[in-house]
Write a protein of this length. Structure first.
Length: 140
């Protein structure tokens, strides 16, 4: 019985990255040994979410699937990830422009490096407060 726990620990140490398949594998093994080791939890277990889509959206998803040679679930997940990444950037830019967060904090909210965030601002022709940016970098 101890070996089941050891396998989970080894898998957790060996598998790196943020792949859903890797997490599913860890969860499967963890849940089997959960009675013996209740502290073993997988917090990134993918969840099933349902949504109603228009015919046009379904056609667009099917085209995306064909172009990228991927299944429907992967296509929807990739499209959602891209959309959420864009939303985070827009949210960070909005807060930065209102002055409620600093340039560095905005880059964190956006999930980007400072330089990637500055590039996003430049793409949108948004002026960067250089004095604040320099002061902030000196504080680090």
């Amino acid at each position: 019985m101890q070996s089941g726990f050891w396998v989970v620990k080894v898998l957790k140490n060996i598998l790196t990255g943020d792949s859903h398949q890797e997490c599913s594998l860890i969860c499967l093994i963890t849940h089997r040994s959960e009675r013996l080791y209740p502290s073993n939890k997988c917090y990134n277990m993918p969840q099933v979410v349902t949504a109603q889509l228009t015919d046009e959206m379904v056609r667009d998803i099917e085209e995306f699937m064909r172009v990228h040679s991927i299944d429907r679930s992967t296509a929807i997940r990739k499209l959602l990830e891209k959309s959420l990444d864009q939303w985070k950037i827009e949210k960070a830019i909005s807060k930065y422009m209102k002055g409620t967060i600093s340039l560095m904090k905005a880059s964190e909210v956006a999930g980007l490096s400072l330089w990637e965030f500055i590039d996003e601002l430049q793409k949108r022709d948004i002026t960067i407060n250089v004095i604040d940016a320099v002061e902030e970098s000196l504080e680090m």
